[in-house]
Design a protein around this ligand. Sequence first.
Ligand SMILES: [Zn+2]
Length: 75
Amino acid sequence: MRTYFLAFVALCDIEAGEEISWDYETTEYESIAVLECLCKSPYCRGKTLGFKFREQMLRDRYGDYIADYLKTKRK
Ligand SMILES: [Zn+2]
C-alpha cells in the first residue's frame, strides 16, 4: 500500500466558515468513480473524469498547482 500526502493551496482568500471545494482532476490521473460535481463554480466541467482527459486545460488553468506526480505524466 502506498501513502500519498496532498498539500492544498488556496487560489483565493477563504473566509472563516466558507465551504471550500477541490478540483479532483488536479490530483487524480483517471477517476475511479465518475462523479457529478457539486462545486457550483462557473467553470465547473460537470463530471470528474481525471487529469488524463483534460491535461492541457488543467495545465493552462492551474500551472504548477497540480499534484507533483501528474506534472511528469504523459498519455
Ligand atoms: Zn464542479
